[in-house]
Design a protein around this ligand. Structure first.
Ligand code: SF4
Length: 375
């Protein structure tokens, strides 16, 4: 199957699995009616979408399977604490589909589609049925004009949804428009398709040709989103290889999630495997208080202990990732904890929103159960 056929098949299997929820025979026999209703409400709000090849990696009968937790609607999603916009994207939007939060970076939201729907997605508002707001790019020329008129912007991040799900011609048009802006030296693309739909990169020679063509104009970085070492299948490794052959630099962006990857063994294996296949460790994101997904959160103190334990198992090259809380005001690195009463969290601003003034280092009082830092 090529990647488009796989996508069509993914929609079909998602619809079938959706009818069967809750999935395992034991769950179907024992689950209370009230829980069934909650699951059904969750999947109505944010439809289930499971990529076809990825479905084979999931242990459907095991409610504790991390990949199942990643993609299956759960009763906890009915809880509506949290926010649909945890990093203040509304304040950063300067043109529909274009965000300018940090001086040097423009973010283009090129699509709201994804090959799979991660239940914790911080942009689930783009795909949910309960929030129908159009935030993707409407007028590319208007966005290009904004970037052209802002010489401080030297790199553009394509985001979504998953930009790599776009037709190759669309990506080519975006590259072409960006290539005409002299002050852009780098284009980054956030994508989970190397894990969700590896055939995107191995069954479309035209895409590889486009990447090869534009790599001489600007550096192309693929910010690969993986959640678990089981996602690094032979097909996924071939996708990473194809991207490297095309001249792209690969970096890793990992969302830390309770029940999915918050274990020392899982995370250290993931970082090492990614590094082995050429994906440079970049960011590990602390779980955000996303509305309907707060059950994936856990305390910052536990995260710090976890990261320290993972770093002890990794060599210098692997452990260089930063543990980040993506705040409305910027990217806050979570550095460590000073014991005491109250405990103090040591933080460092890695990026700060335009117009906001912050000290580089900051101490924040926290409790053992603090999961997030508000303004
Ligand atoms: S792949 Fe990324 S954008 Fe798509 S649902 Fe998952 S987290 Fe959200």
């Amino acid at each position: 199957m090529n990647w488009k056929e796989e996508l069509i098949e993914s929609v079909k299997i998602s619809q079938q699995a959706d009818k069967l929820l809750p999935l395992s025979a034991v769950e179907r026999d024992t689950l209370l009616e009230s829980l069934r209703e909650r699951i059904s409400q969750a999947k109505q709000q944010f439809p289930m979408m499971v990529p076809v090849g990825y479905a084979d990696l999931i242990d459907w009968e095991n409610p504790d399977d991390p990949l199942r937790k990643l993609l299956l609607p759960s009763e906890f999603e009915i809880d509506d604490a949290g926010s649909f916009d945890t990093s203040g994207e509304e304040f950063s939007t300067v043109v529909q589909g274009l965000q300018h939060k940090y001086d040097q970076t423009a973010v283009l939201i090129v699509t709201q589609a994804c090959a799979g729907h991660c239940r914790y997605c911080f942009r689930r508002r783009l795909m949910s049925r309960d929030v129908l707001v159009k935030e993707t790019i409407e007028d590319l020329q208007e966005a290009i004009a904004y970037i052209s008129n802002h010489p401080e912007i030297d790199n553009v991040l394509l985001s979504g949804g998953d930009p790599m799900i776009c037709h190759t011609n669309r990506l080519k048009n975006i590259f072409k428009a960006l290539a005409a802006i002299p002050h852009i030296w780098q284009v980054r693309i956030s994508s989970k398709l190397p894990a969700f739909l590896p055939s995107r990169f191995t069954s479309d020679p035209e895409l590889i040709k486009v990447l090869q063509e534009y790599k001489s104009r600007f550096q192309i970085v693929i910010q690969c989103h993986y959640d678990h070492p089981r996602e690094l299948t032979a097909a996924s490794i071939s996708a990473l290889d194809a991207l490297q052959q095309a001249g792209c630099l690969l970096t890793s962006q990992i969302a830390l999630m309770k029940g999915v990857n918050n274990s020392i063994d899982t995370l250290s294996e993931l970082f090492k495997k990614l590094h082995r296949y050429g994906v440079i460790p970049q960011y590990l994101f602390h779980p955000r208080p996303v509305k309907h997904a707060t059950h994936f959160q856990f305390p910052i103190v536990e995260g710090i202990e976890l990261v320290e334990a993972v770093r002890r198992l990794c060599n210098g090259s692997v452990k260089r990732f930063r543990y980040i809380l993506t705040h409305e005001d910027g990217k806050l690195e979570l550095v460590g904890v000073i014991p005491g009463n109250p405990m103090q969290l040591v933080t460092k601003w890695q990026q700060v929103r335009r117009g906001v003034d912050k000290p580089e280092l900051m101490l924040v009082d926290i409790r053992k159960d603090t999961c997030w830092i508000d303004s």
